[in-house]
Design a protein around this ligand. Structure first.
Ligand code: FAQ
Length: 324
């Protein structure tokens, strides 16, 4: 006989509990009931984020074998490995929502899930490595620090560790650029050229403008996202302009100026058509990034098969020992 207390609460009660948890700024955990839309939004965002970390290894990874010194090589190697780790924490967070990593990888490989537009641009010189650290990791930090307070527990906790590491990434990029700026004219030109190429794509990382962002309102109501795309973009500009001045580079935006009334920076409009094109797969490196991701997945098939066979063998051995 089922007792009253063992019965599942009625759906309206589940929704009320969920709403109250969100309203009180508490965390939703994997065991908790959640609306399908909340679960789906999290899987979409976390998976896109995980795919971005993994594909994001490619642009800088291309420079590991060409780093100008052993020190720079060791730093870059550590950074690129960190990005792999971030991808894995995030796939684990997505798995707590009931979607496994193999399925998410399949969706990426078949082009059914996105990854960040920023990783579809080429890294032409070693200055790009510094600029990715400074601007791309800087934008990632601006976007991700508020995600440490995201309402979904496993995502928020993964973000704490990721943000600590992104902070090291940003500093190494800035330090690399500072070193180059103290070097020759040719090095300074390389840095300025890289800044010119990466500035606008970095602003696009924050997503479309608020009035063209279909997911923001619901994500913010659920406290998955804590700030709108435009607000975070603005914070990034406010944070970065003084750093650019100290570095001695010019940001390629003639409309960029300090607004004396607000104390913040006004800036130009990114080319939203370009963002749309890149998201749809028509950026400078989309085809190359996906080709490499697919071939890495195929090349890794034997590792997955070996790991599965090993786990099955271990489990069989454990069962035999338990039965003995
Ligand atoms: N690229 O309605 P919204 C990193 C899509 S990690 C591609 O505004 P939402 C570390 C969006 O998915 C970088 N697609 O969407 C690193 C949606 O499509 P859907 C990744 C984009 O989710 C550094 C549609 O457009 N970071 O850099 C982009 O509310 C260095 C409508 O957009 C994260 O993923 C874009 N830029 O807000 C690694 C952070 N923007 O799914 C290596 C977590 C938008 O409806 C080296 N994610 N889309 O078909 C987020 O904060 C959010 O998902 C946003 C987008 C802000 C990215």
């Amino acid at each position: 006989m089922t007792t009253q207390s063992a019965q599942a609460p009625p759906p309206e009660r589940l929704q009320e509990d969920f709403d109250a948890t969100i309203a009180h700024d508490q965390r939703i955990e994997p065991r908790d009931w959640m609306p399908d839309g909340y679960r789906g939004t999290l899987v979409r965002q976390i998976a896109q984020h995980a795919h971005s970390e993994i594909i994001g290894m490619q642009p800088e990874g291309e420079w590991i074998g060409r780093a100008p010194s052993l020190r720079r090589k060791a730093i870059l190697l550590a950074k690129v490995q960190d990005e792999a780790g971030h991808g894995l924490y995030l796939y684990s967070a997505a798995e707590t929502l009931g979607t496994d990593r193999a399925e998410l990888t399949q969706r990426l490989i078949e082009g059914r899930q996105k990854y960040s537009s920023i990783f579809n641009y080429p890294t032409l010189t070693f200055a790009d490595v510094g600029v990715i650290g400074w601007l791309v990791d800087g934008a990632a930090i601006c976007n991700q620090v508020p995600l440490c307070r995201s309402s979904y527990g496993p995502y928020a906790r993964a973000m704490v560790r990721i943000c600590k590491e992104e902070s090291f990434h940003q500093r190494q990029g800035y330090e690399l650029l500072m070193t180059m700026m103290r070097g020759t004219d040719a090095q300074r030109e390389m840095v300025q050229d890289a800044v010119d190429r990466w500035w606008w794509p970095s602003l696009m990382m924050f997503g479309p403008p608020d009035d063209a962002s279909p997911n923001s309102a619901r994500s913010m109501a659920w406290k998955i996202k804590r700030h709108s795309n435009d607000e975070l973009r603005r914070r990034f500009v406010d944070m970065t302009v003084p750093q650019a001045e100290k570095l001695g580079v010019t940001l390629p935006d003639p409309e960029l100026r300090r607004n004396e009334q607000s104390g913040r920076y006004d800036f130009g409009t990114p080319d939203w058509d370009e963002l749309t094109r890149v998201i749809k797969g028509d950026g400078p490196c989309n085809a190359e990034r996906m080709r490499r991701r697919r071939s890495a997945h195929e090349d890794g098939a034997w590792v997955r098969e070996a790991a599965t066979a090993h786990a099955a063998k271990q489990a069989a051995r454990a069962r035999k020992e338990a039965a003995a």
